[in-house]
Design a protein around this ligand. Structure first.
Ligand code: AHR
Length: 345
């Protein structure tokens, strides 16, 4: 009897253990199926790969715009469940090249970077290509004679931004008969936004002989440098001039804000004594537009993180991507004060 009872207990224990093992197995499979998408927000078009590693070499932190751009990339990667290797190259091309080489060594799925200057990338991009790692240019472009060093560009049309600034100026002074003297406060030399904005602006103002660029200042896209350059200009006492219209065309908001501070310290009213045109449309410039210290702000969109993550997922899955994606951008002036976008920065 005792032996029989012992066998029943044994059978019962074996059956319970098998049931437990089966249940655990079913639970594990279910959990795997749910986590395989790698991202709780991913729709079917984002579910190509469970794990995507993106190496992103940001050029630096020179401006408010750049901080917004970095934040947009980090946030989008977190939301989409993309593993991001982020490097701040502190305005140095050699640091960006080093970062790209380390991404290649880590065998990331996709490399993206915002090139600080346009030239000098051929060798490192050939290395990425040889390893079969697709490269996306974000925000700024490069110049090269070689084909196929990158698969996509995602960012702004800088030449068009310069044209927009020029068109606004020509329009604003359409009925004015005197000279319009322009001081151009340029960004980093050798960078695509500097070349593009300059090219587009000159192309438009060249249509009217009254408009002339009389001084070039170099502010490297930084507020402190914009301020210094304007102070230097003001100290020679010839700006603003006493007749005609004086204009400051700043290649970004940070430099414009630095120059505005310097003008105010010299008793000059920016927006009235000097017409101010800026590019980016970050919070500080939109506030200055509201207060009448800036007259025209050409938008340059830094919020491209989500689009970049879409490209990275498609590329990691071996799918095609558009070779060129320009952001939708506009121009803000005193006529738009009711409808200015609200910006965190
Ligand atoms: O490349 C975009 C430019 O770089 C932005 O206009 C400027 O603010 C930034 O530093």
């Amino acid at each position: 009897m005792q032996i029989l009872g012992g066998m029943r207990v044994k059978k019962f224990l074996t059956a319970s253990l098998s049931l437990f093992a089966l249940l655990t197995f079913v639970l594990c499979i279910t959990a795997w199926c749910f986590t395989y998408r790698g991202d709780e927000e991913a729709g079917p078009e984002n579910a190509y790969e469970s794990r995507v590693v993106l190496g992103f070499a940001q050029l630096g932190a020179e401006s408010e715009w750049r901080s917004s751009s970095s934040l947009s990339v980090r946030e989008a990667a977190r939301k989409r469940g993309i593993e991001l290797m982020f490097v701040n190259a502190r305005q140095k091309q050699e640091n960006q090249i080093k970062a790209i080489r380390s991404f290649i060594a880590h065998r990331v799925d996709v490399i993206a970077f915002s090139p600080v200057v346009e030239t000098g990338w051929d060798n490192v991009l050939q290395e990425a290509k040889a390893e079969g790692i697709p490269v996306v240019l974000v925000d700024r472009s490069i110049r090269t004679e070689q084909e196929g060093l990158y698969v996509a560009f995602l960012g702004s049309d800088f030449v068009e931004e310069g044209r927009r600034a020029g068109r606004w100026l020509l329009d604003r002074y359409a009925d004015f008969t005197g000279r319009v003297r322009i001081v151009e406060l340029r960004g980093t030399e050798g960078a695509s936004p500097t070349r593009g904005r300059d090219e587009g602006f000159r192309e438009v103002i060249a249509r009217d002989g009254r408009f002339e660029i009389v001084r070039l200042l170099r502010g490297d896209f930084m507020r402190s440098r914009g301020r210094e350059e304007m102070e230097r200009l003001l100290s020679d006492g010839r700006f603003p001039s006493v007749d005609g219209v004086d204009v400051l065309f700043a290649h970004n908001d940070d430099m414009a804000m630095g120059a505005v501070e310097a003008m105010e310290e010299h008793g000059i009213r920016p927006g009235r004594d000097v017409v101010v045109i800026s590019v980016d449309a970050q919070k500080s410039a939109l506030d200055a537009l509201r207060r009448g210290k800036v007259n025209c702000v050409v938008e340059c969109n830094p919020y491209i993180g989500d689009q970049l993550m879409d490209l990275a997922r498609r590329l990691a899955a071996g799918l095609d991507v558009p070779a060129l994606t320009y952001s939708d951008e506009t121009v803000y002036t005193a006529d738009d004060l009711e409808n200015l976008p609200s910006r965190p920065w």
